[in-house]
Design a protein around this ligand. Structure first.
Ligand code: TYM
Length: 335
């Protein structure tokens, strides 16, 4: 059996929110505890698929690295690094782009959402985004990729690209990366509209809980979160068609590491005025130590920079020979 190698990443754009934490970061921390090889990237090349301010990008990269560490990723055990610091990502992306189909890229829901009706003027980077993501994963021959539900389609494409390569060159070069969509909160929804994903790009700050929100803000946002007039149901089936209610129960369950049905056993039949303050309290209990650690870390940017530099060196040691092997299979010149 091949050894597990875990790879995942987040974009350095705006603040991380509860969806990023429950859908991905919290699971990364659990996976790291299991002792597998873990590589966590800050995907700054993906961030520039939409315009970023040059004087903010490096600091945003440090902030995401700080969030990883504050949430429990240990730089002694896992590799943490910026994507742009390891050239293999961009180089492999080009090679993989030659075997990626435009039709498949056009069908990516995230692309369709981001491009809207404006497909003529949309940048090539946004279109090719999933190919870069495939390169991120395959540059390390990663076997497992823990992400939220919204990345599932991109991962399916990465698997297809890996098998297209293997078939075309008649080799077993790239493994098929397994998506790991774990826990109860694989898709955390907006607090204002339970049918929309919680997102960094939502105009309303009330729609999300940011990892940097203080206790008061978290409580206020949960208090105003969308629910309905009925009390909490007693079974998970009854949460169907109650998107706002389902979302809050999901968040509670995920934060506590419990199942939704277990949470409903405790709170079924209670009004929201009882549940919401409980939810606010546990959200604050989980998030405020992370926020605190994050600001302590950010007070020493030199330390974060050292971690990112070391991480980039370690990542490069893994990715460079895989890129070379890929080029050899394709028949490129070498000295
Ligand atoms: P990004 O930066 O949008 O999000 C980072 C992670 O957070 C998850 N996530 C959510 N999970 C649950 N509910 C939500 N509302 C929610 N919003 C975001 C995402 O699923 C993701 O796991 N393309 C990726 C980054 C990436 C990547 C990779 C991931 C680039 N290369 C290689 C894995 C492997 C992205 O934009 O994530």
């Amino acid at each position: 059996m091949t050894k597990k190698r875990i790879f995942s990443g987040m974009q350095p754009t705006n603040n991380l929110h509860l969806g990023n934490y429950l859908g991905a970061l919290k699971n990364w921390v659990d996976l790291q505890k299991q002792g597998d090889e873990c590589i966590f990237c800050v995907v700054d090349l993906h961030a520039v698929t939409v315009p970023q301010e040059p004087d903010k990008l490096a600091q945003a990269t440090r902030e995401i690295a700080a969030a990883y560490i504050a949430a429990g990723i240990d730089p002694e055990k896992a590799i943490i690094f910026p994507q742009s610091a390891v050239a293999a990502h961009s180089q492999l992306m080009w090679l993989l782009a030659t075997m990626s189909q435009m039709g498949k890229l056009e069908r990516m829901t995230q692309f369709k959402d981001k491009a809207g009706k404006n497909t003529e003027r949309v940048g090539l980077g946004l279109f090719a985004y999933p190919v870069l993501m495939a390169a991120d994963i395959l540059a390390y021959k990663a076997t497992h990729v823990p992400v939220g539900e919204d990345q599932k389609q991109h991962l399916e494409l990465a698997r297809e690209i890996a098998s297209t390569f293997n078939t075309r060159y008649k080799v077993e070069h790239f493994p098929q990366p397994e998506p790991q969509i774990l826990g109860e909160a694989t898709r955390v929804m907006s607090l204002k509209d339970g049918t929309k994903k919680m997102s960094k790009s939502d105009e309303s700050d009330l729609s999300r809980i940011n990892l940097t929100d203080d206790a008061e803000k978290i409580a206020a946002k949960i208090k105003r979160a969308q629910t309905d007039s009925a009390p909490l149901p007693i079974s998970v089936e009854e949460l169907k068609d109650r998107a706002g209610a389902d979302n809050l129960v999901t968040i509670y369950a995920s934060l506590m590491g419990r199942s939704k049905s277990d949470v409903l056993k405790e709170f079924g039949g209670q009004p929201w005025s009882v549940f919401k303050p409980e939810l606010a309290e546990i959200a604050v209990r989980h998030l405020s130590p992370i926020t605190e650690r994050m600001s302590d870390l950010l007070a020493h940017p030199d330390k974060i920079d050292r971690i990112l530099k070391d991480g980039a060196e370690q990542a490069d040691i893994i990715a460079r020979p895989i890129l070379r092997e890929t080029m050899d299979i394709m028949g490129f010149w070498r000295a």
